[in-house]
Design a protein around this ligand. Sequence first.
Ligand SMILES: NC(=O)c1ccc[n+]([C@@H]2O[C@H](COP(=O)([O-])OP(=O)(O)OC[C@H]3O[C@@H](n4cnc5c(N)ncnc54)[C@H](OP(=O)(O)O)[C@@H]3O)[C@@H](O)[C@H]2O)c1
Length: 183
Amino acid sequence: MAKEALVIGASGMLIEVSRWLARQGYQVTVLGRDPVKLRSVRDGSTHPESFHMLPQDYHQTESLREAMAELVEKRGPMDVVVAWIHSTAPHALYVIVEELSCPEKHWQLLHVCGSGAWRNPPIEPTSEVCIYRRVVLGFTCTGEHSRWLTNDEIAVGVIDALQATERQIIVGQVEPWEKRPTY
Ligand SMILES: NC(=O)c1ccc[n+]([C@@H]2O[C@H](COP(=O)([O-])OP(=O)(O)OC[C@H]3O[C@@H](n4cnc5c(N)ncnc54)[C@H](OP(=O)(O)O)[C@@H]3O)[C@@H](O)[C@H]2O)c1
């Protein structure tokens, strides 16, 4: 049976992560609001046949719940979910975990978080079948100059995290915290 992956926020900095998953043999469902952007993730892939579009706004909690239930019905249980969700949608991750945990099969959730998450312990959605790990996106600093990570650096870090087992992985650096970029 094919391995199934869901990438939330797939048409931004996780484009290359989505395409990497397809190269690893996953069937990849890509979620974002704009179908045109989602199609461009697929069209730039060497494995376009492995992509499935899921246009959905993750702020719409009830339709997100329905979309997750339909996803499981259509494609079966997910093996891996990579989620980049803005903090404006605080319920989205919980809804996703609830709905995707319905079939009693273990699955991995890689939660991609902004740098501020580093200062707080992970708030793990509760599910006995969801293995929660998080990636904290830091910054990079050379001498007095610091900057946020590029999309390429983020993609490499998330792909490394997918191949690791640590519960938390920091991409770039988060210390010294006072050196983080201010823009
Ligand atoms: N620490 C760091 O260095 C750091 C951390 C975070 C971000 N960044 C940088 O900042 C840039 C911009 O960040 P960004 O947050 O705009 O991320 P992004 O990854 O470039 O784009 C956001 C992704 O989420 C989707 N999305 C946004 N709102 C959504 C919603 N309501 N429902 C469903 N999907 C939604 C977008 O597609 P739709 O618009 O089609 O929905 C897109 O696929 C990134 O490209 C990255 O380079 C750096």
